[in-house]
Write a protein that binds this ligand. Structure first.
Ligand SMILES: [Zn+2]
Length: 448
């Protein structure tokens, strides 16, 4: 007990040096964000939309899904040439089990995956940037007719390709996977295959940024046009929550602090730090009504995963056969897209992903001391398992605030703050030597 008090008093001393830090952009990441090109993105979308169909069950090796997958693989392999052997690419083949619904019988499926291996052999973290490259028509079983899928989800696939291009020549301690999934429209088949495999094989997936429908800025019906905002969907109560986790959540009031919600806040902070004149809206639900996305396959397996999506959707341009009806053009065509908007959303992804891959591990055993009545808050944690840190940020917000409001820096592994633990929420993130923040960890109570 005496020792603990001594440590805490050191914490009290260190708090006098804290101040609200103004965080600058990392020049390397800033340059990468600026390298993202709307012209490149447009060329990828137009190429993807030029195939007759990228339907999951399309078997046309000349003008269908297999041909499109070969093309994505060729892009990844080309970018890998600048990676000093750290980037490898493959077509991950598997059998999609028949479900009697959108996959009538066992069928071949394939994800296209580029892996940029981390430079720290002790760091087994994997960050996943994903999109689905399969497309669809109104009839979800139609594998033969023209289904360009420019925005859904050629846009997300283009972002994945563009970030692989820009990031391949840079090195990060942690591993990044760039993934173009199949089977999303048939029921999240490609993502489920990878997420289940990852769980079974014990992959240390630290975050999944899933991009689905990110390249249009004009709404149908309400005629809104806005290229200054996007949405990040994150689950509130984790779908994979255990009974014990539920008990702690109820006790601490952490209904708004799932790991995926922390990732969403992180993307908001990092994205808005690097991309000017842009606002990220946090949407407190796993996805939209009647719709889903590949992030769900990872969330079901307990991984931290969010969906990034455009602000305003245009429904006549999604899941519709290409046709003109009563003078209205239907279908998911490149001509309806806003490539400058797609560039900004891709930059948001890059800023977040590069900072995460540069970060040290998350602090371990993050606790808030709730053993006594006090108007101070005492937080304690341990150093991360991987990476070198120069210190930690303790983040703080009002219990009614959606985003973190104050940030305290310390080089210790504990901090006592003159704010009551009853009135605020806290979390702790590590800061690596180059200033990159880890995802933040919501503390569990230290009660005895
Ligand atoms: Zn989609």
């Amino acid at each position: 007990m005496r020792k603990i008090l001594f440590t805490l008093s050191l914490g009290l001393l260190s708090q006098w040096t804290f101040s609200q830090t103004i965080i600058n952009r990392n020049p390397e990441i800033d340059a990468m964000v600026k390298e993202v090109s709307s012209d490149s993105l447009e060329s990828y979308v137009r190429k993807l939309a030029s195939y007759n169909s990228r339907h999951t069950l399309s078997t046309d090796t000349q003008n269908g899904m297999p041909a499109a997958q070969d093309w994505v693989l060729s892009k990844f392999n080309h970018f890998a040439e600048s990676s000093n052997g750290r980037m490898t690419a493959e077509i991950e083949k598997f059998t999609i089990p028949g479900d009697g619904r959108r996959i009538e019988q066992d069928s071949p499926g394939a994800n296209v995956v580029a892996t940029l291996k981390g430079t720290d052999p002790n760091d087994d973290r994997i960050f996943i940037l994903s999109a689905h490259m399969d497309s669809r028509n109104k009839n979800v079983m139609d594998a033969d007719n023209f289904a360009p899928g420019a925005n859904d989800d050629g846009s997300g696939t283009a972002a994945v390709i563009e970030l692989a291009r820009v990031m391949a020549s840079h090195s990060f301690p942690a591993t990044i996977k760039f993934v173009a999934f199949t089977g999303e429209e048939q029921g999240l088949k490609g993502a489920t295959y990878m997420a289940d495999k990852a769980k079974e094989e014990g992959w240390n997936i630290a975050a999944v940024l899933n991009n689905d429908i990110i390249g249009n800025s004009e709404s149908s019906g309400t005629l809104l046009k806005d290229n200054l905002k996007m949405r990040v969907f994150s689950e509130t109560i984790p779908v994979a929550e255990t009974e014990e986790e539920a008990r702690v959540r109820r006790y601490t009031g952490a209904d708004n602090d799932s790991k995926s919600r922390q990732l969403a806040r992180y993307i908001k902070e990092l994205g808005e730090r690097y991309v000017d004149q842009f606002e990220i809206k946090l949407i407190y639900r796993p996805d939209r009504f009647l719709r889903g996305g590949d992030q769900t396959s990872f969330a079901r397996n307990g991984f931290t995963a969010v969906r990034l999506s455009e602000m305003n959707e245009n429904f006549p341009h999604q899941h519709e056969n290409v046709r003109v009806e009563d003078g209205v053009q239907y279908g998911d065509l490149p001509e309806f897209m806003d490539f400058e908007y797609l560039r900004k959303v891709s930059g948001i992804n890059l800023a977040s992903l590069a900072t995460l891959a540069h970060s040290a591990g998350q602090p371990e055993n993050v606790k808030i001391d709730v053993r006594g009545l006090s108007n101070h808050s005492i937080l304690l944690w341990e150093a991360p398992k991987v990476g070198k840190v120069k210190g930690y940020y303790v983040l703080m917000r009002e219990t009614s605030s959606p985003v973190w409001e104050k940030k305290f820096f310390t080089t210790d592994t504990n901090l006592t703050l003159p704010y009551s633990k009853d009135n605020y929420f806290f979390s702790v993130q590590s800061v690596s030597e180059n200033g990159s923040e880890s995802l933040s960890v919501f503390p569990t109570p230290l009660s005895r």
